[in-house]
Design a protein around this ligand. Structure first.
Ligand code: ATP
Length: 217
């Protein structure tokens, strides 16, 4: 069964912290492309920039690297968009195995996801480092992690689903929250932060559409 790499997110806005660590893993995993999958409504997040803007920004982000494409499936699914349902639909649509990328912060909150224990029925989870030197999951998921984690990337091809990889990705210390604040700020240091982490075409899009001008966004 072929393997498909997907990074889901709010992408509000998309930034290099999303794509660089994920792209750095594609060769090790043995896949040639990474689908960026904007979520329709994140049940745990308030998102005031509409779906179209987020998708347009993700499309612009994909012009940064030929291995990137937009996976828009979740946008056509009924709300609210629960990841476990989206993964089930993705698997049915493409008939292949899915490596679903998440950041370590998402792993640490995974128990708050709808039917989280069924996630591994539909995908492998590839976890990217987000902060700090080591992974430090909450004790409540350690037994689940120990039962499913592997360092052996070939398992991702041998099994159709069910593996967790804690990947030693380079740290990219940035979040969309910080970048939204940077847009709203007038300081030159914040403008530099944006240039460092956001693809130029996405910055132009944010300027053109006057996104994130106040912090309630
Ligand atoms: P926000 O600050 O609005 O909460 P975010 O920067 O965390 O947003 P999301 O779109 O919510 O971005 O993230 C999508 C996925 O990418 C999540 O699994 C998240 O953990 C991961 N991710 C986001 N930023 C990074 C980063 N800098 N390094 C590694 N993973 C990241």
């Amino acid at each position: 069964m072929a393997l498909r790499a997907i990074l889901g997110g709010t992408f509000n806005p998309p930034h290099y912290g999303h794509i660089k660590p994920a792209l750095s893993l594609l060769d090790s995993i043995g896949v040639s492309a990474l689908g960026l999958m904007p979520c329709k409504i994140a049940p745990h997040k308030q998102v005031s920039v509409n779906e179209n803007h987020r998708v347009n920004m993700v499309e612009l982000c994909c012009t940064e690297d030929p291995r990137l494409y937009v996976e828009s499936l979740e946008l056509s699914l009924p709300s609210p968009s629960y990841t476990v349902r989206t993964l089930e639909c993705l698997q049915q649509k493409h008939q292949d195995s899915i490596c679903f990328f998440i950041g370590a912060d998402s792993l640490y909150n995974i128990e708050s996801w709808f039917e989280w224990e069924r996630l591994l029925d539909y995908c492998h989870l590839v976890v990217m480092r987000r902060d700090g030197e080591r992974f430090s999951p909450p004790s409540s998921i350690v037994a689940w992690l120990d039962a499913n984690k592997t360092d052996d990337y070939s398992q991702l091809h041998e099994k159709q689903h069910g593996c967790v990889i804690l990947a030693d990705t380079p740290l990219h210390p940035v979040s969309s929250t910080e970048l939204r604040s940077a847009v709203a700020s007038t300081s030159s240091a914040q403008a530099d932060l944006l240039k460092k982490w956001v693809p130029p075409k996405v910055i132009d899009y944010i300027d053109t559409h006057q996104l994130y001008q106040d912090l309630s966004n």
